[in-house]
Design a protein around this ligand. Structure first.
Ligand SMILES: Cc1cc2nc3c(=O)[nH]c(=O)nc-3n(C[C@H](O)[C@H](O)[C@H](O)COP(=O)(O)OP(=O)(O)OC[C@H]3O[C@@H](n4cnc5c(N)ncnc54)[C@H](O)[C@@H]3O)c2cc1C
Length: 593
């Protein structure tokens, strides 16, 4: 059976040593209720839950899958009890406002608890995750009455939430959705249409499901400026808060898919279901973006969790597996062969995964900290700066962290040789489950468009310039004994700065340029970000005694020598321009010659 031991020492190092979390919390009156000891206790409790409850359900959940029968969905054996335990432990509301029953914990901390759940059971994690996202959107845009009605029940786990955007003909382009919202004349709306791919659209974990649905009123402006957001509960809620009659909304079927099989992905039919407007008509997309930004960082965490799970299992396997002899001579003369850990290529694969995990974890905590500033700070300038940073880094947190995690899990699978392809070891499920993270919440290609377009060209590179300035300020102050990471990071910053200018100029001449350069640009900014994270890690570790800290420096060196050189390749590809892509006619793609 696959193993998982929560990497608590690494998590504590990132929080306490790299980001001085306690100091940050204590300096902020809205977070002063939290200290390092409490944060560590929370992580330790989550580690127990992940190791003892969700990990054992990962494989059985995959084999049994969610089931659709007689118009309703059931989750695999054990999920209901696990969800109840999770809810009773207060985990759904860990980051939610105390006013609604939450524990008001900062994102810097919740990204780490989320990582453990994603590592041990991504299918399970998606159920509470969607609830939390729905809660966030309601908290930001709902009326006081809506918050009072829905938030406490969502955070207690009595009810759950969904996000209903996608339709059969409309995924990335939400401007063309067809779901209708007709005014009933009493302030409510009648919602009619079909949504597909709805995570947790139906299940047996909670007594009610609160769907957040994008739809268009009959006289709405065309395109994305005519989208409104509605609450459509599975069961209507009476004035006293009790559950009323069944609303005509329900699953038509569930998808049979590559991975996350225990997560119910539903086709949802809305047959004149009663809906309640959230915020104002035609302003639904902004509200939905609150939810999506939250989910996008979470998808990055899904990547990190899977990659950590893959690393631990591959490293254990590599220690036990005996094949061949070391190039430097026999290492285990009493055994028929040396462990495969003696081979440089096996080490390369494991270190790729480990470097990815440690940089991803630091980056997730860093983005979490920026989100915490936007939520908890009282300093308007700091909030604006953090908002800009979150806008810039959200597509990187989503797309770069899931792309690198996917590659990392492939490396981990390769460590197993043929056994990585066999179900028993858990690697093939890990990869199947992870693949979706690059697709949903906006494909990684579309995330790259967002980064290069709205977040870079549109603001004339202002966000990235501010980020690079922060990186330079930090890196320039590093001591000379960290020159290896200091020089590498400063060079990377200069290269990204130059290529950004190049893109801004080229895009003025050629509207296709950005589209062709987007993914490579996102990876270039991702590599710079990881270099920055390793600079912070190295700075935190360098004066501390012990192997744990020395290994942090070693891994930073590995990153500089073996991973960061990919930046040059990415930049070369960005500069190649779009002509090689646009030179073919549309017919070329479908004509067989
Ligand atoms: C398991 C699963 C769970 C999901 N959960 C939910 C959920 O809970 N709620 C929900 O609403 N949706 C959900 N989705 C839908 C998911 O978010 C969409 O599948 C995703 O956003 C992509 O949309 P699409 O599938 O329609 O692809 P399309 O939009 O048709 O895209 C097809 C391809 O074209 C590319 N492309 C499209 N437009 C552009 C562009 N402008 N520039 C460059 N490239 C472009 C895309 O990158 C992609 O490669 C889920 C999907 C799956 C498979």
């Amino acid at each position: 059976m696959p193993i998982y031991n929560a990497p608590l020492a690494d998590m504590k190092f990132i929080l306490n040593d790299v980001f001085n979390a306690e100091q940050f919390w204590q300096a902020n009156e809205n977070l002063a209720h939290l200290d390092a000891a409490t944060a560590e206790a929370i992580l330790e409790e989550m580690a127990k839950f992940a190791q003892n409850v969700t990990l054992p359900l990962n494989r059985t959940g995959d084999e049994e899958g969610a089931k659709y029968e007689n118009g309703a969905v059931t989750t695999p054996v054990g999920f209901k009890e696990a969800f109840k335990q999770y809810a009773e432990g207060g985990w759904i509301g860990l980051g939610a406002d105390a006013e609604w029953g939450g524990q008001e914990m900062p994102k810097m901390l919740t990204v780490l608890s989320d990582e453990m759940l994603f590592a041990t059971n991504p299918s399970f994690m998606l159920y509470p995750l969607l609830s939390v996202g729905a809660g966030m959107a309601l908290n930001s845009y709902g009326s006081q009455a809506q918050k009072e009605t829905y938030l406490p029940k969502i955070y207690s786990g009595e009810w759950s939430g969904t996000m209903c955007l996608t339709e059969p003909h409309a995924g990335t382009d939400l401007g063309i959705i067809k779901t209708k919202a007709e005014r009933n004349g009493d302030g409510t709306y009648s919602i009619t249409g079909t949504k597909i791919f709805i995570t947790g659209g139906d299940h047996d974990l909670a007594e009610n499901i609160i769907h957040l649905v994008l739809a268009k009123t009959p006289d709405a402006p065309a395109g994305s400026r005519g989208i409104s957001l509605f609450i459509v509960p599975k069961f209507l809620v009476n004035e006293d808060g009790s559950m009323g009659e069944r609303n005509p909304v329900g699953p038509g079927s569930i998808e049979h898919k590559m991975g996350i099989k225990a997560s119910a992905t539903c086709v949802m039919n809305f047959d004149g279901a009663k809906g309640y407007l959230v915020g104002k008509e035609n302003e639904g997309l902004a509200a939905m973006f609150v939810m999506m930004n939250y989910e996008r960082l979470s998808m990055g965490i899904q990547g990190l969790g899977a990659s950590e799970f893959a690393y631990q299992n591959a490293a254990q396997y590599a220690t036990d597996r005996l094949q061949g002899r070391s190039a430097s001579g026999v290492q285990s003369p009493n055994k028929p062969a040396d462990s495969i850990l003696v081979h440089g290529d096996v080490r390369r694969m494991l270190l790729n995964v480990r470097a990815n995990n440690e940089a991803s974890r630091a980056f997730a905590v860093y983005v979490g900290q920026q989100l915490d500033i936007t939520k908890f700070s009282t300093d308007a300038e700091a909030i604006k700066k953090a908002n800009d940073r979150v806008a810039l880094l959200t597509p990187i947190a989503k797309a770069y962290l899931t792309d690198t995690a996917f590659n990392a899990t492939l490396d981990a699978q390769m460590v197993f040789g043929g056994h990585g392809y066999i179900r028993e070891w858990g690697m093939e499920q890990c990869i199947r489950d992870l693949r979706i993270s690059q697709i949903y919440e906006g494909t990684n290609g579309v995330q790259s468009q967002d980064l290069i377009g709205r977040k870079t060209i549109k603001c004339n590179g202002e966000f990235i310039a501010e980020y690079i300035q922060e990186i330079r300020d930090f890196t320039n102050a590093l001591d000379a004994d960290l020159n290896f990471i200091k020089d590498a990071t400063l060079d990377a910053a200069a290269e990204v700065e130059a290529v950004t200018q190049h893109i801004i100029e080229a895009a003025k001449e050629n509207p296709e340029y950005a589209n062709g350069a987007a993914v490579d640009y996102l990876h270039a900014v991702g590599l710079l970000s990881f270099s920055y994270m390793f600079a912070r890690i190295a700075h935190a570790a360098k004066d501390k005694q012990g192997e744990f800290y020395q290994n942090k420096l070693g891994l930073a060196r590995y990153f500089v020598q073996r991973i960061l050189p990919e930046l040059a390749l990415r930049i070369t590809k960005v500069k190649a321009g779009s002509e090689a892509l646009t030179q073919f006619s549309e017919e070329y793609f479908t004509t067989q010659s």
